[in-house]
Design a protein around this ligand. Structure first.
Ligand code: AKG
Ligand code: FE2
Length: 353
């Protein structure tokens, strides 16, 4: 079956150490971490820090439990020891920066308003209803399997295709390792990811947030509050803060940790887990001094994947919340309703029938 052509809304919207990637460890001491009641290390009061390396060895079952707690209580986590080398993290960030610093007419060659395009540049826009400007410019593209798409990618800046493909493959590897652990933690029958998610895909977005004039800061967002219509989103931020998550009714900033990814639970995992895990509501704010970049990798299942929760997750304490629906039905509905967040799943609730 052909891979799904997922549509990711504009305004929503390893095995570590495999292959030639050298595993990295955080050399910067994580001094602002505290511990929560589950014993998880929490970064600056925001998200737990998970060590992906813990899945390979005697700490595997503890790490799987930590992952489960993180997805259940926080909707996301900071991921260290993900197996993607520092060279590659810096490499993709530089390529993204070079791309967004190309002249506008060069970037605009990739512009398309069609969300089903296999690659497209999306620009900032004004939302007249809410009288706000959403300033993110992004280059979005399908990337798994990479050889099916790489020929559509820009050749300018030089080496763009090489570096971006290497990153996409490496982040996908980390994603699969994580997902296997997440599904195991949910107590789902041990099946391969391919069996659960069929011909799953990957979609990436290089995100660019220009600086904003001080006088317009109050009316400008990088991205408005949203959840991602994905299973998981793996986000590589640069060093400039800007991402905020909604926790207990407040927007709290997530400060980046060098060489560390930020992972969001997406709507699809909320549905698959019968709501044990909640998708993370997040937004991006801008500032007047420094541009910001981030690289998002979105993992989504094939069009035909049945998105209802598996039977192992249903019992008297956990009655069925979502009926069976396919991923195609989910994103078609999302696109039609243009709902910004996990409310997109509401029409698939058993009680909505
Ligand atoms: O740039 C960020 O920190 C977040 C990007 C994001 O939310 C997305 O691409 O869905
Ligand atoms: Fe997002």
């Amino acid at each position: 079956m052909a891979p799904t052509k997922a549509v990711v809304a504009d305004d929503h919207l390893a095995s570590p150490a495999g292959g030639k990637n050298t595993p990295i460890t955080n050399t910067i001491p994580i001094s602002n971490a505290q511990t929560d009641i589950h014993g998880l290390e929490i970064w600056e009061g925001t998200l737990p820090i998970i060590d992906l390396g813990g899945l390979h060895g005697p700490r595997r079952s503890d790490t799987i439990k930590q992952l489960g707690h993180a997805c259940q209580h926080y909707g996301g986590f900071m991921l260290k020891n993900h197996g993607i080398s520092e060279r590659l993290l810096n490499g993709i960030m530089s390529k993204a920066r070079e791309f967004f610093h190309l002249p506008e007419e060069e970037r605009m060659k990739l512009y398309s308003p069609d969300p089903t395009s296999l690659i497209r540049l999306a620009t900032g826009f004004k939302d007249d209803n809410q009288n706000v400007f959403v300033s993110r410019e992004s280059l979005k593209f399908h990337c798994h399997p990479v050889e099916n798409y790489v020929n559509l990618w820009p050749t300018n800046p030089p080496s763009y295709r090489e570096v971006v493909s290497e990153y996409c493959v490496a982040v996908k590897r980390a994603e699969i390792t994580l997902l296997e652990a997440v599904f195991e933690g949910l107590g789902m029958e041990r099946k391969s990811i391919d069996q659960i998610l069929d011909n799953h895909g990957q979609y990436a977005s290089l995100n660019y947030y220009p600086t904003c004039d001080k006088s317009n800061l109050g009316l400008t967002f990088g991205l408005r509050g949203h959840t991602d219509p994905t299973i998981l989103t793996m986000l590589l931020p640069d060093e400039v803060p800007g991402l905020e998550i909604l926790q207990d009714g407040d927007w709290v900033p997530v400060k980046p940790i060098p060489n560390t990814l930020i992972v969001h639970v997406g709507d699809v995992l909320q549905g698959l887990s019968n709501c044990r895990y909640k998708s993370l509501l997040h937004r991006v704010i801008v500032n007047s001094e420094k541009e910001r970049l981030s690289i998002a990798s979105y993992c989504y299942p094939s069009n035909d994947t049945q998105m209802g929760p598996p039977k192992e997750l249903i019992d008297d304490d956990h009655p069925l919340i979502y009926k069976d629906y396919t991923y195609e039905e989910f994103y078609t509905t999302m696109w039609k309703q243009r709902l910004p967040d996990a409310a997109r799943l509401d029409s698939f609730k058993v009680s909505a029938a």
